[in-house]
Design a binder for this molecule. Structure first.
Ligand SMILES: [Mn+2]
Length: 345
């Protein structure tokens, strides 16, 4: 029996769903007797594609950085930043199609891209129920939710699974998710089992606790919300809660403590049409303070020892964003004008 090792982006819904989809494909099209092992990978500075880890008969990598090595047999990814060096990119481009290496940085999810590719080139037939699975992967991995209720209220099982996978540090849970999804192809059927329903209930309860924590500390002024939780360590942060609590804000700023760093996160409200909010390049703003990001979302990490410096950065960012908002939207009717800070020349 052939040993097939499937490496996937760990703590990631899209990564885990891609792994399940690969198993379904492999059993159907290549080898109905394959012996599968699923191994989560994490993006860390020291990670490299050393041979020892990739010792099965077939080694597949999904939703993870490009492997410039001959001992990986299948690869799918959609991350823009997948190539560690320009040399890796050249290496990828010099491969032949027979090598099963596929990349599409425009795809909203790796799952959807992988499904399309396998159907197009390998005669893979996908059960119709998987269409729902793929739609969820596209929505979740690109954060393309229609409203903040969806990622905050966690009514849909797919979204609750995504939060559970992101927060879990148990590799067994990720593997069980992949095996169950490969068997059932249906999040609701999985969620109906006791094993999963207990865990999804816990995720939902914890999430409502977080909503209350954030409601208590959030300060909104000039269309910019601010959440500061630095008196204790946070385990992840649901950035949609700010927009859920204050749907009319244009920007959100969060200042949080993590086990290894302080983090300032800045985002533009994705539920407000862009022509209604002013255009502001958040990535460039964050770069000025040693961070980075994209046009609509960015972040700055500061070491735990430099809390007062981080505080100054947060105050500057809030000042800049709130001034920007005031200037751009001076005509907009406001129901919540707070006193502006006074400055002495
Ligand atoms: Mn992905």
């Amino acid at each position: 029996m052939k040993k097939i090792n499937v490496f996937f982006h760990g703590n990631c819904f899209d990564g885990a769903v891609s792994a399940a989809l690969f198993k379904v494909f492999y059993l159907q099209c290549l080898d109905a007797e394959g012996d599968f092992k699923f191994i989560p990978l994490a993006h860390m500075q020291e990670f490299s594609y050393e041979k020892e880890m990739f010792d099965a008969d077939v080694n597949a990598v999904m939703d993870f950085r490009y492997p410039p090595v001959p001992w990986v047999d299948w690869w799918f990814d959609h991350h823009q930043t997948t190539f560690m060096t320009p040399r890796d990119r050249k290496h990828f481009e010099s491969r032949s199609r027979k090598e099963h290496f596929f990349w599409n940085p425009k795809a909203p999810s790796n799952t959807g891209f992988q499904a399309d590719t396998l159907m197009r080139f390998y005669n893979f037939k996908l059960d119709p129920q998987w269409n729902t699975v793929i739609e969820w992967a596209d929505t979740i991995d690109s954060a393309g939710f229609e409203s903040p209720e969806i990622p905050v209220e966690l009514f849909d099982n797919a979204v609750a699974f995504a939060v559970l996978l992101e927060a879990s540090n148990d590799p067994e849970l990720q593997v069980k998710f992949i095996e169950d999804l490969a068997n059932l192809g249906d999040f609701d059927a999985m969620a109906a089992t006791t094993w999963w329903s207990n865990r999804l209930n816990t995720v939902r309860q914890k999430n409502w606790d977080t909503v209350e924590d954030i409601r208590r500390v959030m300060e909104t002024e000039e269309g910019v919300s601010y959440v500061k939780i630095t008196d204790r360590v946070n385990n992840g942060y649901n950035k949609f809660i700010s927009y859920y609590l204050e749907p009319e804000t244009d920007y959100s700023v969060a200042f949080l403590k993590y086990p290894d760093k302080l983090k300032i996160s800045v985002g533009a409200n994705p539920f407000i049409p862009e022509d209604r909010r002013g255009n502001f390049d958040i990535g460039t703003l964050c770069e000025k303070y040693g961070g980075g990001g994209h046009y609509n979302v960015g972040g700055i990490a500061v070491s735990l020892a430099e809390e007062s410096k981080a505080n100054e950065i947060v105050q500057e960012i809030l000042f800049i964003l709130r001034n920007f908002e005031r200037d751009i939207h001076s005509m907009r009717t406001r129901d919540r004008i707070e006193e502006l800070p006074e400055f002495i020349d």
